[in-house]
Design a binder for this molecule. Sequence first.
Ligand code: SF4
Length: 496
Amino acid sequence: MSPADTLKNSPAFLAHPFDDDKLKEECGIFGAVGVLDAANFVALGLHALQHRGQEAGGIVVHDPEQGFNSVRRFGYVRDNFTKASVMEALPGPIGIGHVRYSTAGSKGNTAMRDVQPFFGEFSMGGAAIAHNGNITNADALRRELIEHGSIFQSSSDSECIIHLMARSFQNSHTERLKDALRRVEGAFSVVAMTRTKLIGVRDALGVRPLVLGKIGDGWVLSSETCALDIIGAEFVREIEPGEMVVISAENGIESHRPFEQKKSRFCIFEHVYFSRPDSILGGRSVYETRRQIGVELARENPVDADLVCPVPDSGTPAAIGFSQESGIPYAMGIIRNQYMGRTFIEPSEHIRNMGVRLKLNVNRALIRGKRVILVDDSVVRGTTSRKIKEMILDAGAAEVHFRIASPPTQWPCFYGVDTPQREKLLAATMSEEEMRKHLSVDSLKFISLDGLYRAVGEAEGRNNASPQYCDACFSGQYPVEPSDQISKGFKLQAAE
Ligand code: SF4
């Protein structure tokens, strides 16, 4: 069986047979230093970040006696990094790890060579990196590097960083990493390690998250705070946009500013969907933000109905907020089967074609004869929304009203989130009324961009002259020009 077939039949892949109608975060990253057996902490951290990438994961560690070691595997962290035989091969007080959902590189067909962290041997010793985000000039960089003799081992954009480090003339890993990242455009949060140093960096706009935590005498870096909680680490602070932190036993934490200072443009979709609801982003509880999105959605788009039901699980906090604001009772009208991925290890094509029904089922007794408001986080292709609507109507609902906790997704993301091409995005090709007819629902309404900004704490809404977040997938206004895509023919929105 080829690696791609192995992946397609893995529980991790089968757990999400219909999730191609969701945007997917590319990666989660985690690093630890100054702790006994860092790999155990990294594995637990990656387990808590599994929602950011389920295709594959990897861990690199360094031990003063045994040097660098690494393990990379397809599938869930829990299935790969819990076995004693694997963890015993990963000794040492410093380590980094990565969970992957492929965007750049061999999309949907992950090869082992694309599984991070990536490792490079330099004149001053080895170093490994793990990257969350997407390099928007990776094609141009790769061409240039290959012309100058670099031999790439993977199809991943992130490998450019290792080759750019190799070409730098600086005499420390830290300075070489700065040189490399100054050539890189796009979005990146990076954790890197040498024999003694753990390094964390965010791009100048801070598009993707990265936080710092403390555990005993050690330190950790993580995509999200939920991974600090699982190991009992204390949240210290977010790594700031454009900041590099270098952490070592000798010097503690050093903060560097390798890039030109810019106004932060954090990904607003992290608040809507990607991050876990128990994480803290920008000092705000993700759960509370999502509940507030539901409140704004109910204010902007009221409708007479009997029940507010979430599309589980990501629509749940917004549905709670919608119910609280509207006074319409909240109910679990759709039940999610949490064990589907473990039950159908190798389903037949016929079973897999059941799609949504494998994972979601309607609570018929509750729904029958009711006017139902369904709250979901987003509409991408609309295929899942249609199937859910059919299930609700089959169960005897009198009316179905969709309320969506994000504005219409009209543009692809080039900053580390897997989005279909623009033509495949329902909202890019249809008006709201056309989408309503296409989905055959009684009403369909999205939160406005201003409403979303209010929910994330911007009382005045979006500052159109200088937006506070990246919202390119809704607005078409890309904070970093996606140069590779433009050279492949992608058309930016015409200036007004
Ligand atoms: S384009 Fe959308 S998903 Fe991508 S970084 Fe910007 S807000 Fe986030």
